[in-house]
Design a protein around this ligand. Structure first.
Ligand SMILES: [Zn+2]
Length: 112
């Protein structure tokens, strides 16, 4: 499962940055054009962190809407569906300007 390997990478990064301190929340930014299902990601996070020092850490997933720039009408449009076609002129000569993010934006450490 795609999300499972993503969660393993997140735990590796978080463990390194937390340096032994207890983590309360991991804030993520996930673009809507990414083939990632937030619910599945949250579920996999539970599986991967179960019994580890990150077991009490929660994922906070912020979705970033997809946006494209159309070469034909020279405008930027926010996408309501992950389809790379200009909603204004139907043009396919588009550049993705956002929606492909996958970032750990911050870690919230628990009070000790
Ligand atoms: Zn267009």
């Amino acid at each position: 499962m795609h999300e499972l390997s993503i969660c393993r990478s997140i735990t590796a990064i978080v463990t390194k940055h937390a340096a032994g301190k207890p983590v309360k929340t991991v804030h993520l930014k996930v673009g809507e054009l990414r083939q990632i299902v937030p619910d599945t990601l949250a579920y996999c996070w539970e599986l991967v962190t179960d019994g580890s020092e990150l077991a009490s850490a929660e994922l906070d997933i912020e979705r970033v809407p997809g946006a494209i720039r159309c070469a034909s009408c020279d405008e930027t449009h926010t996408l309501t569906a992950p389809i790379l076609v200009c909603p204004q002129c139907g043009g396919r000569d588009v550049t993705i300007v956002s929606g492909e993010e996958f970032l750990i934006t911050s870690l919230e450490l628990a009070e000790v």
